[in-house]
Design a protein around this ligand. Structure first.
Ligand SMILES: [Zn+2]
Length: 352
């Protein structure tokens, strides 16, 4: 009898523990890794120094940018392929840089589809999914939205955490016709942080690129990048495509949790979006018991990046993960260091 009561109590305690975990809320980061804001650097018209100067400069800071190429203006495909391999985005900016408001629907379709096809033929690995409208003229959104997940205009607005219209994402012109000092660029970054929003910077010529609109000095960009890098808790620097995917996924994802044992959590992320396109990682965190010492994260699909932090004396785990409806993520208080068998058999059956 004593044993039965003990067992009953144990089950109750176990159950309480489990439901305590299960009822805790997950917090999904507004911006990757809980940064305060997002910054995107876009470069239009494939000017020579974007390849010669801007890409190496961004690489120095490990910042990834977006290069909106006009396919009829002889892009340096070798360099752009290399940039794409390195995480930069190669986006659409049409074949011939026309005024959209002077085009018929058929002509518009030809421009945006052909340029996308040419980019996809020349750039392996990543598909062209976003577009910058030449002269910032939006055109027929119904046609554009059939081929791209987002489009960029130039309204000099900072976008909120969730933009009102993904086909009219604003940008601000930099260089001689716009923001043209490190201070002006830094101020815009600050404003973006204050708004917890997303700012898209728009560049054309760099340094002595000939005959380009609103050129900017690479020394100005460099000084601004140094500022952003020094304040990297505030700023998520990412290509246009990545930020769009992040926002849409963040707003769509469902997080469900189950408990396998007292020392583990089982997490399932799901989305109604097309996982082939929306393949980026999102960040989320959850409180975990403070006594968990050896925390590890496993998933059916492979390793996940994560980190553990303490906020107001509470331990949290932050996980970066893509959203795969068929995956399961395990957070485990890893007892391998105590000499116990690992992974626990209870997890193994789920990992099969
Ligand atoms: Zn242009």
């Amino acid at each position: 009898m004593k044993l039965k009561i003990f067992t009953f109590l144990s089950i109750c305690i176990l159950y309480l523990n489990i439901s305590m975990y299960a009822n805790q809320n997950y917090e999904i980061a507004t911006w990757f890794d809980f940064k305060q804001s997002a910054l995107t650097y876009t470069y239009d018209d494939n000017t020579p120094n974007q390849v010669n100067v801007a890409i190496p400069l961004m690489d120095e800071f490990n910042f990834k940018g977006t290069f909106y190429v006009v396919t009829g203006w002889s892009p340096n495909w070798t360099a752009f392929q290399q940039a794409s391999n390195n995480g930069h985005e190669i986006g659409g900016h049409t074949v011939s840089h026309p005024h959209f408001n002077e085009l018929s629907d058929d002509e518009l379709t030809t421009e945006i589809v052909n340029s996308q096809t040419i980019i996809n033929e020349n750039i392996q690995g990543e598909s062209c999914v976003t577009i910058a409208y030449p002269f910032c003229e939006t055109g027929n959104i119904d046609i554009i939205s059939a081929h791209y997940i987002a489009g960029r205009v130039c309204d000099a607005r900072i976008e909120p955490a969730t933009p009102n219209n993904f086909y009219e994402i604003s940008s601000i012109v930099c260089g001689t016709e716009g923001l043209n000092t490190p201070q002006a660029l830094n101020n815009k970054a600050n404003e973006t942080k204050e708004a917890n929003g997303w700012n898209v910077f728009l560049m054309h010529g760099i340094d002595n690129d000939q005959g380009t609109y609103s050129p900017i000095a690479s020394s100005t960009l460099k000084e601004h990048f140094e500022y952003v890098a020094q304040n990297d808790k505030d700023y998520w620097v990412a290509p246009f495509r990545d930020v769009v995917k992040y926002i849409k996924l963040r707003n769509d994802v469902t997080i469900e949790e189950d408990s396998v044992s007292q020392d583990s959590l089982m997490i399932m992320l799901s989305t109604t979006l097309d996982s082939e396109i929306y393949d980026t990682e999102i960040s989320f965190r959850r409180a975990i018991p403070n006594e968990w010492k050896f925390i590890n994260v496993y998933s059916k699909s492979g390793n996940k990046t994560f980190h553990v932090s303490t906020i107001d004396n509470q331990k949290y785990i932050t996980i970066h993960s893509n959203v795969d409806n068929n995956d399961t993520i395990f957070v485990v208080n890893d007892i391998v260091t105590s000499g116990a068998t690992y992974p626990p058999s209870v997890l193994l059956q789920h990992l099969m």
